[in-house]
Structures are given as C-alpha cells and as structure tokens.
Write a protein that binds this ligand. Structure first.
Ligand code: NAP
Length: 516
C-alpha cells in the first residue's frame, strides 16, 4: 500500500495544529514531521509536535533532515540523532535517518537500541541527491538493506529529464520490501503519481502550493482531483500528453474527467519531454521496453508532432495515411506487443468545428489560413480535401510556401492580411494566446460581417481576434470547439468508446476560469 503522506514543515506546534487539520481533511494517510523546520529544536518541542500529530490518528514519520540532504535548519548532527531517538521513545511510528548519518559513529547503535525499545516503530534509511541521478541507485538500495535489513530504503533524486525517472520505476518494480523511490523536479512529477501504481511505501504531496518541501511536489488537491489518486492501482493503464511545455495543458483534466465518468481504470499524465528527436525516441523506447508500466497511448503536442511521425516510420508501426499526408502525428497508441501506431485527430477536430458553424458546403469557399505549423497543416489538408480555395499567410515565407505547394494553395506574407478577402478566416498561429491576450493577427478594420472567423487558440476562450470579429458582425468559432473535437477522437482511439463532449467543454471552461 502507498501511504499518501503530507510533510508538516512548521515553526512550532501551534502552526502544526492548523496544518495537520488541513492534511487530515484533505485525505492524508500519513504525516511526516519535518522537525528541521522548527524555530527552536529540542526534544521537548518535538514531543509536543508529535503529540499534536498523534491526535490525528494518522501514522507519523519523524525526520530531522540534514541540511546536506535538503534540510532546513543547520542543526548539529548529534542533536538530530537525539531527536530521532526520543521520537521513537515518544511513540513515533517511523523515523527517517539519512543513510550516511546512520553509518556515522555511535548513531547506528543509538537508533537500533531505541527501536528495540519500541518494536512497532520502523526506520527509513534515506539518501537524497538534489543534483541528479545516483551513480548506481540499485547498489545504494542493496547497501542500505545490507546495513539494516528491516529498513525502508528511501532513494530520492532530481530528474533533469523525464528519461531519468525510469530507473526509479525499475527499482520499485523489482523491490521485495517496502521502499520509497521517486524523482524530484518538474521532470520527476510523473514519478510521484506513478509511485502508487508501483506500490511505493509513500508518496508525498503538500497541503498547498506554498508548503511544498521539495521541488516538483504537488498538492494533495491536485493529486486527488486532477489525477484521481484514489482510483490508481497496479492495473491502472497510463496515458499522457507528450510535449514541452505541458504544464498548462488541459489534457490531464479533460481525459481524466472522461476516464472517471466512463469508469475506466486509466490515468492521463503531463509528460514533459524536453529536447528534440533523440530525447523523444529515448522516451518512447523507455516506455515500450517496460510493458509492465502499462502505457497505452499519448497525445503529442509542440515540439514533437513530427518526431512522433518519424519514430513510427523508423519503428515500422502503423501510420495513418492522413497523418502522413499532414506530416504530423498528435496521437500515439501502443498495443500489447509494444507496437506503436500514429494518428492525427487535429484534422477531425478542426473540420468538425468549422463544418458545424459554417452552415454551408466548404466546396468553393474562399479560406485564409494564418500559420504554417502543425495545426495549420491539419486545417489546410482538411479544407483542401473539402474543396475550399485556400490562401496561406505565414511569417516564415519558406515554410508557408512549402505548405502551399504541398496542398495546391496560394501563399502570401503576413503583411498581405491588410487586404484580406475570404469567407473563412482561420488563425492557426499562437498570436493572441495567453499571456499575449491583446494581440491579434488581423487588424480589426480587415474583418467584415459575412465572414466566419475561427481562432484555434483556446486560452483565452475569447481571443482579441474573436472579439473584433464579433464586433464586425462576423460569425466566430473558438479554439475550445477544436480542442474538444480532437480530444473526442483521441478518447475513441484510447478507449474504443465515445467520450463526453459536454464534460470536456465544461472541464476546459472550469480550468480556464480558475487560471484567469
Ligand atoms: P507550431 O507548429 O509551432 O506553429 C506555430 C505557427 O505560429 C507558425 O506558423 C508560426 O510562424 C506562427 N507564429 C508563432 N508565433 C508567431 C508570431 N509572433 N508572429 C507570427 N507568427 C507566429 O504550433 P501549432 O501546433 O501549429 O499551434 C499553433 C496554434 O494552434 C497554437 O496557438 C495552438 O494553441 C493552436 N492549437 C489549437 C488546437 C486546438 O485544439 N484548439 C490544437 C492544436 C493547436 P513561423 O512559421 O514563422 O514560425
């Protein structure tokens, strides 16, 4: 069982009372008293703190973290051992001592003797590396258990890239005893969530954003609300959005809400893959080589849509002809044998959004598409397939001309938007996206009634372009419609079932209103 543990890092017992109450109310299953945060550290002060924590009826870990391993105060080593020993005597369920300090002088003897006096108490022997991976994490794990076989080894390190997380997963998957292994930092975020699937003894979450005690620690509300922590078990199938950045993606909220509503044991994660094709390939190989991790598929966003396409070609997986023609894959499915197939659902999402608002056949409609990136490619392909007359406008001329040539369209630079004359206008650039909400790719005087204006940007929900278009009397389509359309098609690929478009839309509005 994984104990969802909230660190209580406070100056005194008074402050602790309030935090412990919030932790319990939020659903904590264990508390970690970080006594190194106390303003005045003494055996007496720790006993008072422990007494306060015990009132919660939750199991309590007591630690007095060494500054060299992320601790707060610069406390003397002997004092810290004295605190741990007295905590065992005062009824702490678990104490956490840094492995290197356990080995020093008389520390081992003192701790073992305290544990003999309270046989129910357990010992975590921990090692932290804030710089990066351990030289040999497996060897460290074995060493800890050799030193004290009843210990709970805790190995925590900073992941400088998401690919650094996999050795933590390997260790958890192969463990024979209770152990705690995860990676810190933004790149290590998924390891804190997957910890439950892999039966880590503990995963840590903070009571709120202001009280995180380690980089990348998420709040208990996020863990339970966004990632449906309570439903995660060893059978949970994993999905996620691969991109860089992905922190503000709506994907986790939207897909997890729909998985939950459909009663599916699936979890969707933000998968921040930094770097280019080499890092993307390594990530995919890490996932495919570990079928026990249970990854079933991914959404793919900037900057990896083309990397995903190349990966499938090289790996010999199925590539949907539409995705190949567009030159971008935004959905990956991994089957039970580890074969990966690639699809593009931006096309369907955008075309459904356009068709449902146009109110007429697209054949012969004059369309202006601003942008020549991944989204523009899908939209240009869709409009060209439907027989619309498309003119592409893009900042980088060579890129725009290439796209125009591929799909038999006209091309012009962004300067030519002043003489815009089209029935359908599509913004497929990031102009106007939060935080640059006062920007628009088209001057207000170029927008006319009778136009249909579609902005793929969905944050904010109503962009300046859409506001200006409305004022000019044009019909507007927001980016949320496309987002929901492409997410619905992804949900079908992930699950074989229809998603809930209404729930997706509500979730997006909810997320965006919380952000603003
Ligand atoms: P991308 O492949 O990186 O392409 C970005 C495009 O925006 C390029 O054409 C780029 O021009 C242009 N651009 C960026 N900044 C610009 C600036 N300051 N001035 C002029 N042009 C600029 O990205 P993408 O995946 O196509 O995404 C583009 C937009 O579509 C984003 O806003 C994204 O949120 C939106 N989108 C929405 C959905 C949805 O479901 N609603 C789905 C996918 C994408 P250059 O070629 O000159 O660099």
């Amino acid at each position: 069982m994984t104990n969802l543990t909230i660190p209580i890092a406070v100056k005194d017992a008074g402050e602790a009372k309030e935090q412990i109450g919030r932790a319990k109310h939020g659903g904590a299953q264990m508390l970690e008293l970080r006594t190194d945060y106390l303003e005045e550290l003494s055996v007496e002060a720790v006993k008072v703190l422990l007494g306060e924590a015990k009132k919660s009826d939750l199991p309590v870990i007591v630690t007095c973290r060494d500054k060299r391993e992320g601790g707060e105060g610069d406390w003397d080593g002997e004092v810290r051992i004295e605190i741990l020993v007295s905590a065992v005597e005062a009824g702490a369920d678990i104490i956490d001592c840094e492995y290197r300090n356990f080995l020093q002088g008389e520390n081992q003897t003192k701790i073992k003797s305290a544990l003999e006096g309270n046989p129910a108490a357990r010992l975590i022997l921990s090692a932290h590396n804030f710089e990066g991976k351990f030289d040999d994490i497996k060897a460290r794990y074995i060493e800890i258990l050799k030193a004290f076989p009843a210990a709970i080894p805790k190995l925590v390190y900073t992941a400088n890239h998401i690919n650094d997380c996999f050795e933590a997963f390997d260790l958890l998957a192969g463990k024979k005893v209770d152990a705690i292994v995860f990676a810190m930092g933004q790149a290590g975020l998924i390891s804190r969530i997957i910890a439950k699937k892999l039966d880590s003894f503990v995963t840590f979450a903070s009571v709120d954003g202001a009280n995180a005690t380690a980089p990348g620690q998420i709040t208990i509300d996020e863990l339970k609300g966004l990632y449906h922590y309570d439903q995660i078990n060893s059978e949970t199938e994993l999905y996620g959005i691969i991109g860089s950045p992905v922190g503000h993606s709506m994907g986790p909220a939207v897909h997890n809400a729909c998985f939950d509503k459909a009663g599916l044991n699936k979890l969707y994660l933000p998968v921040h893959v930094d770097g280019g094709k080499a890092e993307f390939d390594e990530f995919m190989k890490n996932v495919i080589g570990r079928e026990w991790l249970g990854f079933g598929g991914f959404s793919v966003t900037i900057p990896h849509k083309q990397n995903a396409l190349e990966f499938i070609k090289e790996a010999g997986g199925y590539l949907e002809p539409l995705a190949e023609r567009i030159g971008a894959v935004n959905t990956l499915i991994i089957d039970q044998s580890g074969k990966v197939s690639g699809y593009n659902t931006d096309y369907a999402g955008a075309m459904d959004a356009i068709r449902s608002s146009m109110g007429r056949e697209l054949k012969g409609v004059s369309a202006a598409v601003i942008g020549a990136g991944g989204a523009a490619r899908a939209i240009v392909a869709g409009l060209a397939d439907a027989g619309a007359g498309v003119k592409i406008y893009n900042r980088t001329v060579a890129k725009g001309e290439k796209l125009a040539a591929e799909f038999g369209c006209a091309f012009a630079g962004l300067g030519d938007l002043t003489s815009l004359d089209a029935e359908l206008v599509v913004n497929a650039t990031s102009i106007g996206m939060s935080p640059n909400v006062d920007a628009s790719p088209v001057a207000v005087e170029c927008l006319k009634s009778g136009m249909v204006v579609f902005d793929t940007v969905y944050n904010p929900i109503e962009t300046k372009l859409l506001r200006d278009a409305k004022r000019a009397g044009a019909k507007t389509i927001g980016g949320v419609a496309m987002f929901v359309g492409q997410a619905m098609a992804q949900f079908k690929l992930f699950t074989g079932q229809e998603g809930d478009a209404e729930l997706m839309g509500e979730t997006i509005f909810d997320c965006l209103s919380k952000q603003s």
